[in-house]
Ligand binder design. Sequence first.
Ligand code: AMP
Length: 399
Amino acid sequence: MKILVLNSGSSSIKFQLFNANTNESLVGGIIEQIGERDSHAKIKFKDKEGKNCELEKNTAIANHKFGLEIMNALLIESKIIKDLCELDGIGHRVVHGGEKFSEPTIINEKVIEQIEKLIPLAPLHNPANLDGIKSSIEHCPNVPQVAVFDTAFHSSIPKHAYMYALPYDTYKKDGVRRYGFHGTSHHFIAKEAAKYLGIDANKLNAITLHLGNGASMSAVKNGKSIDTSMGLTPLEGLIMGTRCGDIDPAIIFYLSRVEGLNIDELDNMLNKQSGLKGICGNNDMREIGEMAKKGEQRAKLALEMFNYRIKKYIGSYSAVLGRVDCLIFTGGIGENDTEVRKESCSNLENLGISLDINKNNQRAKEILEVNTKDSKVKVLVIPTNEELEIALQVKSLIS
Ligand code: AMP
């Protein structure tokens, strides 16, 4: 069974083709700078002899539809498929499913309309996701197309945790509530952890940490998300590359008054000029680590703030969960940054969390267990694989 997974952004499409019987990735690639003059497309795969191969095409790609045609041509050239239309299913990552979608969903006209209605909640992401979906349906109308929502895993969060203490009408009329994101990743690593620990996935209690340029944490009880750090939008929660995470909302009114900033300027500041970048001028964790080693005080401060915020969430989710089987780190930072893991887990023995410094000094290509032998809570590092999780969800829906 061959399943293609598409992650369509406003100017790019990332894709991966899986053999869903073996979970093997057959080919991965990206189409970049769609709509610009020097767009390009690239695929990477192994040929029949197992040799690593790459195919590239540099040409003006005006829109997502033409991007998919170029992708199809490259896939045919690679001899991995004869045409996209022979696939068993195509899975689309969709960022916002609102309250409507809590499961992977076969896409039809009505589903497209409903995703369109959710655009106000994800004005940057859902339109781009829809471009990919519509182009893909046009290209292969007979292949089942499935939407997998980033918010879906968090649909189990109870009302007392997803409501904001605002006038109730903001929820009823405008849909203002916590939705959460990175759900596919939190779900995937929770299931992988359960397999690794030999616990039934429906009984696992975990704190999941997806730490990348965007970062979020979840409290997972009996395999289900019961709380998460991102909210109505991905701005809330942890300190991120360029997003501020939790702040006093009154800062917005204050800055508007004293600096004369309007809503769009504040939106840009909080989403794009804040977080690690706001504090030390850089949002790349590798470079910030280097800057801190050289003694740059702002870089040190940014790291301390980043780790402190994570620690606060570990504490609150421990309280919410009661029993915690494991903490799971993933994402570019969670999988690779040994200092962040060490600092955010330091002095948490009272919560049953004890890190083995030597074991922690490894990077994850597969699952790592980095806790001490007597740590009550296991600390795991699990490489995320959102694309595979989407392919598996498509497989289980269409078969
Ligand atoms: P992601 O959004 O999951 O791709 O993660 C991006 C973040 O991971 C960036 O801040 C990178 O600097 C960080 N990152 C990637 N590799 C490493 C590494 N080896 N050590 C520390 N941070 C890393």
